[in-house]
Design a protein around this ligand. Structure first.
Ligand code: AVI
Length: 328
């Protein structure tokens, strides 16, 4: 597996267009079921809108996971112990990360993120809050094995991947990521991972279609981004946000639904949508205890402890990289 550290991670052409974005959008819009990878939802405006989503009353995951992190500090300390390097996959939340760091008293903190700006801002915030904690931010795509800073190489690691972001990947990609995490963290490592639970469909659909319309704005922002970055003419106001439960695959899907027949251009190429046709923009998989365990095991992690919030909405799972002595 290739490793990388401190590389330039975004390829732009001569006119400043992100070539990976253009490639994904053009390929995605050409498919029978139009679909664009969810990672493109997060430009600056999208990232701000996602922060707003975490505050709307219907979006329970952030609240529920924060409740677990505050309530179980003693158990984390007991099972994880002090002195590890906490390696966070993503640049860290201003609320969840300090709760974990206070609980496990680590020897170092290593946030990994593909976006250097977010990473540096988060690392500065953290250093101000924990002045004695060495912080080593690494700008990298953590979907692949990442070479960690030499300063933490001898320390045992705790990976931290909150938010149920794993649920935004289809299982094949999620397993690839879990394996990459294992390769990054090494054989004596632990992983603390947030995984959202299957629950009442009404609760799920409301969480992804809040009354204030923040999630709708987050979804439609992708079409705005295509227009502004790729010379698009998508009539954004003719696309309706929809959050639908796919029971077969246990996931909430976000779609942009054409309200009438549409024709538009993106990067000089023509596209059309029939009335009711959709662009699929995100999956958010939900898990049972067993399906969460199966995914972790497939990715090379053995679950050792599990916590849920007081309403059983969300789970945090601690898993270890060591090889279990089970029959084959
Ligand atoms: C980032 N991720 C875990 C969020 C989720 O719940 O799947 C993204 C999101 N999409 C709509 N609302 C929140």
């Amino acid at each position: 597996m290739p490793t990388q550290q401190g590389l330039t991670l975004v390829d732009k052409d001569d006119s400043g267009v992100d070539t990976a974005f253009r490639g994904d959008v053009l390929a995605g819009l050409a498919q029978p079921q139009k679909a664009i990878p969810a990672r493109w939802l997060y430009d600056d405006a999208g990232s701000r809108l996602f922060e707003e989503i975490t505050q709307v009353p219907e979006y329970y995951p952030t609240r529920a996971e924060t409740e677990i992190l505050s309530a179980e500090a003693g158990e984390f300390a007991r099972l994880i112990g002090e002195g590890r390097a906490v390696v966070e996959f993503g640049s860290g939340s201003s609320v969840k990360t300090p709760l974990l760091l206070s609980a496990v008293d680590p020897a170092a903190y290593v946030p990994l993120d593909i976006s250097g700006d977010f990473l540096r801002a988060a690392a500065e915030r953290l250093s101000a809050q924990f002045p004695d904690l060495p912080v080593y931010p690494v700008e990298a795509d953590f979907m692949r094995q990442v070479e960690l800073p030499a300063e933490v190489s001898v320390l045992p690691k705790l990976g931290f991947f909150p938010g149920s972001t794993i649920g935004n990947m289809v299982p094949r990609t999620a397993v690839d990521l879990l394996r990459a995490m294992r390769a990054t963290l090494g054989s004596n490592s632990l992983l603390l991972i947030g995984m959202d639970l299957i629950k009442d469909i009404g609760v799920l659909e409301a969480a992804y279609d809040d009354a204030a319309g923040v999630t709708a704005a987050f979804n439609r922002n992708l079409a705005r981004r295509i227009n502004s970055e790729l010379g698009g003419t998508i009539p954004v106001e003719r696309l309706r946000h929809e959050a639908r439960w796919n029971d077969e695959f246990a996931r909430i899907e976000m779609h942009l639904v054409a309200q009438e027949p549409l024709e538009f251009i993106v990067a000089d190429q023509p596209f059309a949508m029939a009335r009711g046709e959709t662009i699929h923009t995100e999956n958010s998989h939900k898990f049972s205890r067993r399906s969460a365990n199966a995914l972790l095991l497939a990715g090379g992690w053995t679950p050792v402890a599990r916590w849920t919030d007081s309403e059983d909405l969300f789970s945090l799972i601690l898993a270890e990289a060591s090889v279990p002595r089970n029959a084959p």
